[in-house]
Design a protein around this ligand. Structure first.
Ligand code: SF4
Ligand code: SF4
Length: 282
């Protein structure tokens, strides 16, 4: 189990603890201020993007120090974890409100509204205090063309949208707003999602790998390589001699996107702790 499960999970996966989605945690004024600040000025992220892209120009020693400092800070404030679709379904089953909002990362990196982020809450009606915070924001990135900013979805519609995102090759993730409060479940790619770009491209961890790892059945694999095309983590290779794909458990983030893409059902997700090469990799 990851560090957050050990600290906040009480024997379960931490993001399956309902209290982490409750309005009680939003009684903390610092947390509310953090959320407001996070969404208030999306253009401020542009400066962060510039700094992230400069990161690898720094001397190695400085990079190492910065990595540790930034990761430690982000674990307290805004940290994520990859979650496969079955755990998204479990989260949706016990939360009472799901709203879709524009993605702040895409607003910054693509320069237009793109709705890939979902606020989740135990409170009904758009997420109680969390919904109020979002609705108070008068920012162009929240103002969709037809939706008045925040769309409320049924569980079934939200899950169907997540399955569509997965078919597009997007990786599901949960996000804290001052840990352990979880405010959102997102759909990420390493080109547009800043956290994923930091974590995967720049090796600056802003999110954990999933509690799972993908395992491929070579007998079922026909070597079509569709899984390779969708893996955003570079965990899948292909052996021309054997005509089969192979998954490197040390590189796999356990998102399950390859599983969804495999028409031969040759890929399953196993508990990370049961796969020795991956068990201690987060
Ligand atoms: S998508 Fe499935 S069948 Fe195709 S290469 Fe990958 S594991 Fe094999
Ligand atoms: S191998 Fe599959 S589960 Fe692992 S990171 Fe790649 S797409 Fe995700």
């Amino acid at each position: 189990m990851c560090e957050f499960c050990l600290k906040h999970g009480e024997g379960k996966k931490w993001y399956l603890q309902a209290r982490h989605y409750s309005d009680d945690l939003l009684a903390d004024a610092r947390r509310r201020r953090f959320i407001e600040g996070f969404f208030k000025d999306p253009d401020a992220l542009k400066e962060s993007v510039r700094r992230i892209d400069d990161f690898e120009k720094a001397p190695r020693l400085v990079q190492g120090l910065l990595r540790r400092l930034i990761t430690r800070r982000m674990k307290k404030d805004h940290y994520g974890q990859v979650v496969p679709i079955e755990d998204v379904e479990r989260i949706f089953a016990f939360t009472n409100s799901i709203v879709r909002i524009a993605c702040i990362c895409r607003h910054t990196t693509v320069g237009r509204e793109a709705r890939f982020c979902y606020g989740v809450s135990l409170s009904p009606d758009g997420g109680g205090r969390f919904g109020e915070i979002l609705r108070r924001l008068d920012q162009s990135f929240l103002a969709g063309p037809n939706t008045g900013g925040v769309e409320t979805l049924t569980r079934a519609d939200a899950l169907a949208a997540f399955r569509d995102h997965e078919r597009e090759g997007l990786c599901h993730t949960v996000w804290t707003f001052r840990t352990p409060f979880i405010g959102g479940v997102c759909n990420c790619d390493r080109t547009d999602c800043l956290a994923m770009r930091c974590t995967v491209t720049h090796r600056l961890p802003i999110m954990f790998r999933a509690e799972y790892v993908a395992v491929l059945d070579p007998d079922a694999c026909v070597g079509c390589r569709q899984c390779m095309r969708v893996c955003q983590f570079g965990a899948i290779s292909y052996s021309a001699a054997r005509g089969k794909a192979a998954i490197d458990p040390r590189t796999c983030y356990g998102c399950g996107v390859c599983r969804a893409a495999c028409a031969k059902s040759a890929i399953r997700l196993a508990d990370r702790s049961a796969v020795p090469e991956a068990a201690k990799l987060w």
